[in-house]
Design a binder for this molecule. Structure first.
Ligand code: SF4
Length: 427
């Protein structure tokens, strides 16, 4: 167990900072405008000490999981009440007090609230939706392992998350038992990897791997690191966003031992980037861990170019490189979150060229059934002709680029010099 003294108390949020984090990045009033909201700490947690609030185990133990708790902190709409009623057996409801404190209690369109509170639309299934949209179960040679690409695997180490996102692709798995991979299954995974030496990259995911205690995460990382052909370890997590208290000095010191190690963090909206999140990402970055973001494109949450632009700019400021925007998968009961692909392409159109290249993620569709990520972008090629290509830039200006139409070959002269002979080729 990690000592209690290591629970992020090195840089706790003081009372005023904690109150302030509640009114950062409210739902915008208009295009690109951010107006301060005036939420205060919900009465439920007013008596909670700073020490408790900044302790990730306290946060986990006090997650909101019932209608009664929720109605004590937000004004639930009839759509939400019905959604909560029907969520049992579909996807568990759980929200950390920290993440709940970011919700706008009176605005059902609050992006934090929309992601975490079930709505009645979840029970409406579309004919295109699938239980396992990415075909992971069909690519699982041993329990907990998904092997879809030749050189990398996905290792699902737990089914628990700090907050259950209503659009989760793995809703068939997460939150059902809140258990981690058994030792027996982990040994099976290691045995499989030992006999598959082409695998050079292991991505730990779940659920959220950082909900495991440090000792368990370290055991998993160290045993994978001991396999000589595993070059890269990666962790996919949402904990820095939904439970930033989990990012402690002890965790970072442990993770640093297993470089090269990269972390992909699931962010959805600029409102998620609070002082706590800045601190958490700062500690991970100071630990030398490259950080990338993964964002699911969500209708009514982040499907406007100005919101996505604000998000990618805020991410760069906290040293997280925008990595992927995902088209929302065809998971059961998530159609109300899905946008058209054209919406995603339009967002990319407004990013590429209009801002720093590092701020521009790759927009992908994870092909249904397990085809892997397919990148999509606006079409910048106007036409292709013999020896030339006509392109447009981000402003719509058209440019012609001449393709090379010679090849060069070198013939040695008796002097030892080389002469270059150009030769025409058909482009
Ligand atoms: S954190 Fe990831 S795995 Fe967990 S519920 Fe959200 S999307 Fe699903």
């Amino acid at each position: 167990m990690e000592p209690a003294s290591d629970s992020n108390l090195s840089s706790p949020l003081r009372g005023t900072e904690r109150a302030l984090q509640l009114h950062l990045f409210p739902v915008s009033a208009g295009q690109g405008e951010e107006e301060e909201t005036k939420e205060t700490m919900p009465p439920l947690w007013r008596g909670v000490s700073e020490r408790e609030w900044n302790d990730w185990r306290w946060q986990l133990r006090h997650r909101i999981t019932t209608f009664e708790q929720l109605k004590g902190i937000i004004d639930l709409t009839s759509e939400e009440i019905e959604g909560i009623k029907h969520s049992k057996g579909r996807l568990a409801l759980a929200v950390t007090p920290y993440f709940a404190s970011l919700m706008d209690p009176s605005n059902p369109n609050c992006p934090i609230r929309r992601q975490a509170i079930p709505r009645i639309e979840e029970i409406r299934l579309s004919k295109n939706e699938m239980v396992d949209p990415l075909g992971e179960d069909n690519h699982s040679p041993v329990p907990g392992l998904v092997h879809r690409y030749p050189d990398r695997v996905l290792l699902l180490v737990t089914d628990q998350c700090a907050v259950y996102c209503r659009y989760c692709t793995r809703r068939r798995l997460v939150g059902s038992s809140e258990r981690s991979i058994t030792q027996g299954n982990f040994e099976e995974v290691l045995k499989y990897l030992k006999s598959h030496r082409k695998v050079r990259d292991v991505l730990l995911s779940g659920g959220d791997p950082l909900l495991l205690e440090n000792e368990r995460v370290e055991e998993i990382l160290s045993r994978l690191r001991a396999l000589p052909h595993i070059e890269l370890l990666r962790i996919g997590t949402r904990v820095p966003v939904t439970l930033p208290q989990r990012i402690t000095g002890g965790l970072v010191r442990m993770l640093k031992k297993y470089h090269p190690l990269m972390i992909s963090i699931h962010f959805s909206h600029p409102k998620e980037i609070t002082d706590q999140v800045r601190r958490a990402c700062g500690e991970l970055a100071d630990g030398g861990i490259p950080l990338g973001s993964q964002t699911v494109l969500l209708k009514g949450i982040n499907d406007k170019p100005y919101i996505m632009k604000k998000l990618v700019h805020e991410l760069l400021k906290i040293r997280v490189r925008p990595y992927y925007i995902y088209q929302c998968d065809l998971a059961m009961g998530t159609e109300h979150f899905r946008t058209s692909v054209a919406t995603g392409i339009q967002i990319m159109e407004k990013l590429r060229g209009h801002t720093t290249g590092y701020a521009v993620p790759t927009y992908v569709v994870d092909a249904p059934g397990g085809g892997g990520k397919i990148p999509l972008q606006p079409d910048y090629v106007v036409s292709k002709g013999r020896g030339k290509i006509v392109l447009r830039n981000y402003e719509g200006k058209v440019f012609e680029y001449s393709e090379p139409n010679i090849i060069e070959f070198k013939k040695a002269r008796p002097t030892g010099e080389e002469k270059v002979f150009p030769k025409k080729v058909i482009a």
